[in-house]
Design a protein. Structure first.
Length: 123
């Protein structure tokens, strides 16, 4: 069976990534979905708001699922992810974008922190 070379390349790229690189991709997607929701709020595009914020909720849920509670930082991250999840849920149910800029900023800072940690871990 013939496979699409681009799909093969994408699959191999993901399979050879470090855990840190995958985490950065996940944070990029979270930031992207929050930003898309913010733009959708500006256009009052309710279906897009809902779609983007539900994707963001799913990403946060997956991030929580990857925590290793053998490390104390995981408890702090768990609480932070709970906060994120609650804020995204409120934004979606109340159709209130007021917290999105701060969530985007916080997610961007967290991504930067993990990026630095990944660089340090890889030497």
């Amino acid at each position: 069976m013939m496979t699409n070379p681009y799909e093969t390349y994408k699959h191999q790229s993901v399979m050879t990534m470090t855990a840190g690189q995958i985490l950065l991709l996940v944070y990029n997607e979270l930031i992207k979905q929050l930003s898309l929701a913010q733009k959708a709020f500006e256009k009052n595009d309710i279906p897009e708001i809902n779609r983007s914020l539900q994707k963001a909720q799913h990403i946060i849920h997956e991030l929580k699922g990857t925590l290793n509670f053998d490390y104390s930082i995981s408890n702090e991250l768990n609480n932070l992810y709970d906060f994120f999840y609650s804020a995204v849920l409120n934004a979606n149910t109340k159709k209130d974008a007021s917290e999105l800029p701060s969530l985007i900023e916080m997610a961007t800072e967290m991504k930067s922190t993990f990026e630095e940690a990944d660089k340090m871990a890889r030497g």
